[in-house]
Design a protein around this ligand. Structure first.
Ligand code: CP
Ligand code: NVA
Length: 330
């Protein structure tokens, strides 16, 4: 498998074998890290991390992974660069690729990261756009493999806003790797019909399936993975909270959902999550709408079935695999 020089933008253009290779490589790199093996195959190289939206996991994963591989890192925060304001994406790309061996981008429209990749002569990695979150997918699949021992045939249910980055990307990766994906949500939050069709084609080849349902009881029956995400994503206007709460409250992951699922089911969330009142936004929503918890109850989030922190750890190992493979280290 040779992924040297490739961008990592959506997973749509990665074959199932390439995705599986990256998950396997991440598992190897994870074991090396746990065993205390230090190899710095990319010593002397540097990567730029552009974040036009905030981050805890993705930024830390890129930084720690780059350091583990021997690389230097420059972080460009949402306000600290000329990008988009004084300098176009195309010009930025052509400047950065003279100094760095790879560029990570987190921001708004997918077309921005695509433009960056078009003008960059070094690999560009998507650290989240409105439409996709591909590095998160590798961590999620690695976690499912570790917990359930397999990916093919796993009954995976995503609840919440299925039209955004997480819903889209989970549907793509499940379809490519042969999981049975269900988006369980209100009809207006079903993913884009064209993408659903494309995913159904991939699912035919992998032995997976793609289902859309607004019936919680039926869709979550026997599920092995229950997955959710915030109801309002970064960059969306505050006004959408009201309609989201109204439409998505029936699709909260709670005890009744977990009891309807398989007895060995796991709960997953890309994080950050609104499961209590220990955040500023959580408190504001509580004051305005009276909710103590949103997409997942605190009870489920804190339960034995919840694997969210292992999933978060796997962000680092999988991002390391993406950088290592596309920069030709392994
Ligand atoms: N899951 C995820 O991407 O987290 P951050 O926003 O903290 O990077
Ligand atoms: N849908 C969320 C994912 C965060 C990792 C957002 O875009 O804010």
């Amino acid at each position: 498998m040779n992924l040297k020089g490739r961008d990592f933008l959506t997973l749509k253009d990665y074959t199932p074998e390439e995705i599986e290779y990256l998950i396997e490589l991440a598992a190897k790199l994870k074991k090396m890290k746990k065993d205390g093996v230090v190899e710095q195959p990319l010593l002397g190289k540097n990567v730029a991390l552009i974040f036009e939206k905030t981050s805890t996991r993705t930024r830390c994963s890129f930084e720690v992974a780059a350091h583990d591989l021997g690389m230097g890192v420059t972080y460009l925060d949402p306000k600290g660069s000329q990008i988009g304001k004084k300098e176009s994406i195309a010009d930025t790309a052509r400047v950065l690729c003279t100094m760095f061996e790879g560029i990570e981008y987190r921001g708004f429209g997918q077309e921005i990261v695509e433009e960056l990749a078009k003008y960059s002569s070094v690999p560009v990695w998507n650290g989240l756009t409105n439409e996709y979150h591909p590095t998160q997918m590798l961590a999620d699949m690695l976690t499912i493999k570790e917990k359930l021992g397999r990916l093919k045939g796993v009954k995976f249910v995503y609840m919440g806003d299925a039209r955004y980055n997480m819903g889209n990307s989970l549907m793509i990766v499940c379809a490519k790797l042969g999981l049975h994906f269900t988006a369980c949500t209100a009809k207006q939050y079903f993913p884009n019909a064209e993408l659903v069709e494309q995913c159904r084609e991939w699912a035919k080849e992998s032995g997976g399936s793609v289902t859309l349902s607004d019936d919680v009881k039926e869709a979550t029956k026997g599920a092995e993975v229950l997955y959710t995400d915030v109801w309002v994503s970064m960059g969306e206007p505050e006004e959408v909270w009201k309609e989201r709460i109204e439409a998505l409250s029936p699709y909260q992951v709670n005890k009744a959902v977990m009891e309807n699922a398989d007895k060995n089911a796991i709960f997953m969330h890309c994080l950050p999550a609104f499961h209590d009142l220990k955040t500023t936004i959580g408190k504001e929503i509580h004051d305005k709408y009276g909710l103590d918890e949103m997409e997942v109850t605190d009870e489920v989030f804190e339960s034995e079935q919840s694997v969210v922190f292992e999933e978060a750890e796997n962000r680092m190992h999988t991002i390391k695999a993406v950088m290592a493979a596309t920069l030709g280290a392994y």
